[in-house]
Write a protein that binds this ligand. Structure first.
Ligand code: ADP
Ligand code: ADP
Ligand code: MG
Length: 452
């Protein structure tokens, strides 16, 4: 089932990334775009393109009918969903396959099982993977959750079963706060994700976010070691690394084995990531969720393993068996990714869309910049603020940090405000250099280090 024409149902830097991978596999690409993205880099680079609607994502990148009709119109035989938008929408995966097209990702049923965060917790527990202590299942009656929260012990997190992208999570420090927030959380989840289901987790303090990359072909599954994504703001990743330098070898082996065992237990097909919290002090790890798609930070894994994950996920979708055996996958050196966002770090990270006047992209060995930018382009205000990802690799973490500082110095984006200065400050911070951080570190750091 070799693909002839791959439709890219996404935008931004990941669309560009997919065009490149498809091209290298000899596959034509069709880029769909909203009216706001007619001049985007992905549209320029793809072999063909089709407008699918107005700027609002709900009318374009989330419009299943418009995307399927673009596929029919252009003779596309496959769809790559990227990340965000419809990437974890099981109904979309089913609709693509019902239309006789190949979906580059897991089966709809797998997404349904693992994309629901409560169902995923249950699947993990069944595969013998420890989860964060919390409610046994989803909660549809927030009032009934009162006793449950008390049993778990405060502080707890209230999470949306359909949540993602750091949204739909609240902290309750005591019973009164919980009773007030639970109904609000449920109502908000209903309007944001179309599903009011919530669940409760114990708040794990001072933990690291460690995640395992896997690929499965429906039968076999392999892992590509871990990434550490502890530097976050509002539960969104800002800076990611591979490997996690402070992770003990025996814990790494356990996490990787747990990830592969969960993937095998559902006959996983495609690229996926299992997210965990890891507590340095107790050496305990807890499964958080599984993302059934390619992730933003996949390039750090590509650097340390030498494997092109996007190309491999397309090959798997073509029905090819995994080409890699676990013993062929080795971890080499250290990689760091900085998300460069169109936001003003001096002004509460306010989104800062606009026109790019000039652009200087860093280069040299071990430096990669995955971006949607080109000189003269305009960054529309309708989508998330990621402009590009600066990724560096070197043989050790220390030299990677030095390379990163140089690459950030070379990077020049003029015309709008970006988060480059945040990354420059982090790259030379003593705690960051010592990898002495946890998921709340960056927010606390920002209170101590206001950026100008
Ligand atoms: P990653 O782990 O790859 O960084 P994120 O969870 O940050 O993934 O999500 C990547 C993108 O997908 C972000 O743009 C985020 O806003 C979006 N996203 C993830 N889950 C959802 C969801 N359930 N609904 C809407 N957008 C989502
Ligand atoms: P999303 O689907 O939005 O990515 P996750 O469940 O993956 O949501 O959590 C996002 C981030 O929120 C984590 O990386 C972590 O920083 C924080 N977080 C989530 N659950 C917990 C928890 N139980 N205790 C402490 N922090 C948590
Ligand atoms: Mg997550």
């Amino acid at each position: 089932m070799a693909m002839g024409n791959l439709l890219i149902a996404n935008r931004g830097e990941i669309a560009v990334r997919i065009v490149r991978a498809a091209r290298e596999l000899g596959i034509r690409t069709t880029q769909v775009y909203s009216q706001a993205d007619a001049d985007s880099l992905a549209v320029k680079l793809a072999d063909g393109s089709v407008e699918i609607g107005p700027p609002a994502a709900a009318k374009s990148y989330l419009n299943i009918e418009a995307i399927l009709s673009a596929a029919r119109e252009t003779g596309a035989d496959a769809v790559h969903p990227g990340y965000g938008f419809l990437a974890e929408n099981a109904d979309f995966a089913d609709a693509v396959e019902s239309a006789g097209l190949t979906f580059v990702g897991p089966r709809g049923a797998t997404i349904r099982l693992l994309g629901d965060k409560v169902a995923a917790r249950e699947a993990a527990a069944k595969a013998g993977v420890p989860t964060v202590p919390g409610s046994p299942g989803r909660i549809d009656d927030p009032a009934a959750a009162h006793e449950l929260a008390k049993g778990i012990g405060f502080p707890v997190l209230i999470k949306a079963t359909a949540g993602g992208g750091g949204r739909g999570i609240r902290v309750a420090n005591d019973q009164a706060e919980f009773d007030r927030l639970a109904p609000q959380a449920s109502a908000e989840a209903k309007s944001a994700f179309g599903d009011g289901g919530i669940y409760i987790e114990k708040l794990i303090e001072k933990a690291r976010h460690i995640e395992i990359q896997i690929l499965g072909d429906g039968e076999r599954a392999v892992h590509f070691f871990e990434r550490e994504c502890s530097l976050q703001r509002r539960r969104q990743k800002v800076w990611e690394e591979a490997p996690a330098v402070t992770l003990p070898g025996d814990i790494r082996r356990k996490l990787c084995a747990a990830a592969v065992s969960l993937a095998r237990s559902v006959n996983y097909r495609g690229a996926g990531t299992l997210e965990f919290l890891y507590d340095d002090a107790t050496k305990e790890f807890y499964f958080l969720e599984m993302n059934t798609r390619i992730q933003v930070e996949h390039p750090v894994t590509e650097f340390i393993t030498g494997v092109d994950l996007v190309r491999e996920m397309i090959r798997i979708a073509q029905g090819e068996p995994l080409r890699l055996r676990q013993e062929d996958i080795h971890l080499n050196g250290h990689a760091i990714e900085c998300r460069i966002n169109a936001e003003d770090p001096a002004n509460g990270f306010m989104p800062a869309p606009g026109a790019i006047e000039a652009l200087m992209v860093p280069g040299g060995p071990g430096v990669r910049f995955d971006t949607l930018l080109y000189p003269g382009c305009t960054v529309p205000p309708f989508y998330d603020s990621l402009l590009g990802k600066l990724i560096v690799w070197d043989d050790s973490r220390e030299s990677a940090l030095r390379r990163l500082a140089g690459a950030l110095e070379e990077l020049e984006i003029s015309g709008l405000k970006t988060t480059k200065s945040l990354h420059q400050a982090l790259a030379v911070d003593e705690d960051v250099r010592a990898a002495n951080f946890h998921t709340r570190f960056l927010e606390q750091w920002l209170e101590r280090n206001p950026l100008s």
